[in-house]
Design a protein around this ligand. Structure first.
Ligand SMILES: [Zn+2]
Length: 178
């Protein structure tokens, strides 16, 4: 099950395609482009965003697998390269890798204006399906009024936490299945 999911790669390719097209045919001053109908425009930070996401995966991979060699030329191949370079490692490091890739998939979705990507996960605190994305805080917020901290403030979660939970659940489901 580890490494079967190519959602993150596909989303990065969408971002790449949008940015490339935008560079060639971008309207006006070419500083923004709309990805999905009704979605917020992609700003010039998209290129930097993609670079830093890929750099994170490369740095992590080369740290845990020093023999990984150079990163692939095509940014979107970095996920496949990371998996191939670390597939010999124990389950622990592989789960860490998958959580990073999954989190980046969520980040790519949000970069494209797709906040529904967050809603499809249960709250790590109460298990309800009431998470929504609060962009300013860069955290997912739980709508369950009983899901709060001791001061009564609604529970909020980072994408990293949601990704860890998702990957852990996948892993335990696959262990039960075998
Ligand atoms: Zn909750």
């Amino acid at each position: 099950m580890l490494g079967d999911d190519t959602t993150t790669e596909k989303r990065l390719r969408l971002l790449q395609a949008e940015f490339t097209q935008h560079e060639k045919t971008g309207p006006g001053d070419g500083r923004s482009a709309t990805l999905v109908h009704g979605a917020p425009p992609v700003d010039l930070g998209t290129l930097d965003y993609m670079r830093s996401a890929v750099a994170e995966v490369v740095t992590h991979t080369q740290a845990v697998a020093p023999n990984a060699g150079p990163a692939p030329a095509d940014q979107a191949d970095v996920y496949r390269w990371s998996r191939e370079s670390t597939e010999h490692l124990d389950i622990g490091p592989q789960l860490v890798r998958e959580a990073i890739i999954y989190r980046q998939g969520l980040e790519h979705a949000l970069a494209m204006g797709d906040t529904d990507a967050v809603r499809t996960h249960p709250c790590p605190g109460c298990g309800c399906w009431g998470l929504y994305w609060r962009a300013a805080a860069k955290r997912a917020v739980c709508v369950n009024r009983r899901c709060t901290d001791k001061d009564g403030v609604a529970s909020t979660w980072t994408l990293a936490r949601i990704a860890q939970q998702y990957i852990a659940a996948q892993e335990s489901a696959s262990r039960r299945a075998t």
